[in-house]
Design a protein around this ligand. Structure first.
Ligand code: TYM
Length: 346
């Protein structure tokens, strides 16, 4: 992607119950990418209100996600950590993108269909427009790489389509401003690894999700060692021992999921996990998984609990990050207004 400086952007919604899927699919990878890239990590509070505007305590939920970022090891001084609503450019660029994206594109979004369910007429316009806000999040910083779990793939394809259409529609003006390869980068999704899609502990065919009514379906980052142990022990399995090769996981979704979780937490691959545990009964494997999960997640949960006791500190991290994010965002908004032909002050 020549011409664009590599920049990582990603976001997490403050909708409560941050879980192992969010950690393995996203946050843990945010931490690794800090070593190789400039990174911007956003608590997307404007997305959080698309399903329900009145959340139990949106501010506390926003601080909790921020605490998870910090506890997992994201450095808010070397990189940028902020909450979306403090930077007005997200909403401004969304409006422009509403006029770029086509209704047909949004009608294809499967996550809207899942979230709206049968009562689609009663879903908020914000929920429908969610993908345009997500494209604005990313392109406001002209980010080139976006680490996410697999469930966000279609949204990132839409982000690419919006960037391409904007670049094409304004090609001459953009070239005249010296942006030969287009104003917005065509962002690369970073999706992968054994835990790009962590499944429910109660049903290996369903995604682990914040909104699952059963708390036993997920491991929350705030769970203590006892809760983690109980949930792993109760996790659904099948009667066979673990296979020695990955091919033996086919049609065994629960086994595949637990092996993927083990691989994700231990930074190995399912093949390596099966080399160690092939032939083992689930009882033995689950004990090892409990030890691993408690060792990896316990310190993060404890640090989150410590951090949320000092909301003033978290708010100051978010204020600092928001000011630095806004400085970048303002340049993009000024450029976009000039490209589109909107008269602006100064
Ligand atoms: P959210 O808040 O639902 O989830 C945050 C991140 O966690 C990943 N994830 C999972 N990964 C693996 N297995 C799972 N079971 C699982 N569940 C969730 C998600 O893929 C995501 O990476 N739309 C986004 C937030 C967002 C965003 C953005 C992301 C808003 N703007 C811009 C990237 C760039 C979302 O709902 O994430």
């Amino acid at each position: 992607m020549s011409g664009f400086k590599e920049l990582v952007f990603s976001g997490v919604q403050p909708t409560g119950n941050l879980h192992l899927g969010n950690y393995l699919g996203a946050v843990r990878r945010f931490v690794t990418l800090q070593e190789t890239h400039d990174c911007i990590y956003c608590v997307v509070d404007l997305h959080a209100i698309t399903a329900t505007l009145s959340q139990p305590d949106l501010a506390a939920q926003t601080r909790e996600v921020t605490a998870a970022f910090l506890a997992a090891g994201i450095d808010p001084k070397r990189h940028i950590v902020f909450n979306q609503s403090q930077v007005p450019g997200h909403a401004e660029l969304t409006w422009i993108f509403n006029c770029v994206a086509r209704i047909g594109w949004l009608n294809r979004m499967t996550q809207f269909k899942e979230k709206a369910g049968k009562d689609r007429e009663n879903a908020s316009v914000g929920l429908y427009d969610y993908p345009c806000l997500m494209a604005a999040d990313i392109l406001l910083y002209r980010a080139t790489h976006v680490p996410v779990g697999e469930d966000q793939k279609q949204h990132l394809e839409l982000t690419r389509d919006i960037a391409i259409k904007f670049n094409n529609d304004f090609a001459e003006k953009i070239a005249a401003r010296g942006h030969g390869e287009g104003y917005f980068p065509v962002t690369e999704p970073l999706i992968g690894g054994p835990a790009a899609r962590v499944m429910s502990l109660r049903d290996g065919t369903k995604k682990m999700s914040k909104s699952d009514p059963s708390d036993y379906s997920r491991i929350n980052l705030t769970d203590d060692a006892d809760a983690i142990a109980q949930k792993v022990r109760k996790a659904k399995t099948d009667p066979e021992p673990l296979p020695s090769e990955e091919a033996g996981l086919a049609k065994r979704p629960e086994a595949e999921n637990l092996v993927g979780i083990y691989a994700g937490l231990s930074d190995t691959t399912p093949a390596e996990v099966l080399r160690d545990f092939g032939g083992a009964q689930f009882s033995a494997f689950k004990s090892a998984l409990v030890d691993l999960a408690v060792a990896k997640l316990g310190p993060i949960g404890a640090e989150m609990a410590r951090l949320v006791k000092d909301p003033g500190h978290i708010d100051s991290v978010l204020a600092d990050g928001s000011a630095r994010a806004a400085a970048i965002a303002e340049r993009t908004i000024a450029d976009v207004k000039d490209i589109v032909g909107l008269i602006r002050r100064g």
